[in-house]
Design a protein around this ligand. Structure first.
Ligand code: ADP
Ligand code: MG
Length: 292
């Protein structure tokens, strides 16, 4: 495209809340056939709220929240904020944790009341050889509703579940429909469980799901799709998404997300409105048509 047509497209994009970082992004967008999209903070608002607390036999909900909230006070994960404020709203006094550790992509651990406490997914429990079979049915039910459910283990015993729910952005559903009209295949990429991911994907008509992905494997998932011959755009908001945004032919960051994501992407959607991706594709097509 000519420098002039690129300037025009950049200006039009900016008015529509789509910031292109370079000419290549404008030129490539029209060729994209696959959109990989992060779940939390990209499809959803990224502001999870505590919804359910379920105690296993021998435990009670208040204590469970006191332990879970006590641990999460030291974590910076969005899930942690949901659990801490949920516990406080329910009038629970958070317990003091020692030896706090964060296990990326799995959860958190620490010592409370001289007991070893774990909070996170099945992988975290496996690492500490805790088997949460007693909670399987309850976890399944919550995840089928699209909620993110985490296990609490105390001294080697699965003591309960806490779950959070993160609302889907008001604009996401329409964005997914319009992307499909443009012939784009949509693949959700998430560190969350298979069941939760499938429930959210079903609600939005998303074509494929890659779930339970460790943060460092997100870029590999994009690369695999490229190796199959797809032209891939990746949309994400988190630090975890940055390598995948850089790997994709077009990286699309949420203006509502982290700086690292925006630095790694060539397009930023100012308000995190995914309908901006459709606008970017249309602008790209119009720009490239003009020069032929
Ligand atoms: P994503 O950002 O895609 O949701 P992460 O890789 O950050 O995924 O986390 C994957 C999973 O690990 C979460 O769904 C949760 O089960 C568990 N997890 C991660 N961090 C925490 C935390 N601070 N507290 C509890 N669970 C956590
Ligand atoms: Mg995210």
């Amino acid at each position: 495209a000519t420098p002039m047509s690129i300037m025009v497209a950049t200006g039009k994009g900016a008015m529509l809340g789509v910031l292109f970082k370079n000419a290549e992004a404008i030129e490539t967008m029209r060729m994209v056939d696959t959109l990989v999209v992060d779940k939390t903070g990209t499809l959803t608002e990224g502001k999870p709220k505590l919804t359910n607390v379920i105690a296993a036999d021998g435990w009670n909900e208040k204590d469970l929240l006191a332990y879970a909230g006590g641990l999460e006070r030291s974590s910076e994960h969005p899930l942690a904020a949901a659990i801490v404020s949920g516990a406080e709203e329910r009038g629970v006094d958070l317990k003091k944790a020692e030896d706090f550790a964060s296990h990326t992509g799995k959860g958190v651990s620490g010592m409370i009341d001289a007991k070893k406490v774990l909070l996170g997914n099945r992988r975290l429990l496996e690492e500490f050889e805790v088997v949460p079979d007693n909670l399987d049915d309850e976890v399944r039910k919550l995840r089928d509703e699209g909620k993110t459910a985490m296990f609490v283990a105390i001294d080697g015993e699965a003591a309960g579940i806490v779950s959070v729910s993160d609302p889907i952005k008001e604009t996401t559903s329409e964005a997914m429909e319009k992307l499909h009209e443009e012939g784009i295949r949509i693949v959700m990429l998430t560190g969350d469980s298979e069941v939760t991911a499938a429930a959210v994907a079903k609600k939005l008509g998303i074509d494929d799901v890659v779930a339970e992905v460790m943060p460092e494997d997100k870029a590999n998932a994009v690369k695999r799709l490229q190796d199959q011959g797809n032209i891939v755009a990746m949309a994400g908001d988190g630090i975890n998404d940055a390598p995948a945004l850089a790997q994709a032919q077009v990286g699309i960051a949420m203006g509502t997300g982290t700086d690292v994501a925006m630095e790694s992407a060539s397009v930023t959607l100012v308000k995190g409105d995914l309908r901006g991706i459709v606008r970017a594709i249309k602008l790209s097509k119009a720009t490239m048509r003009n020069i032929k």
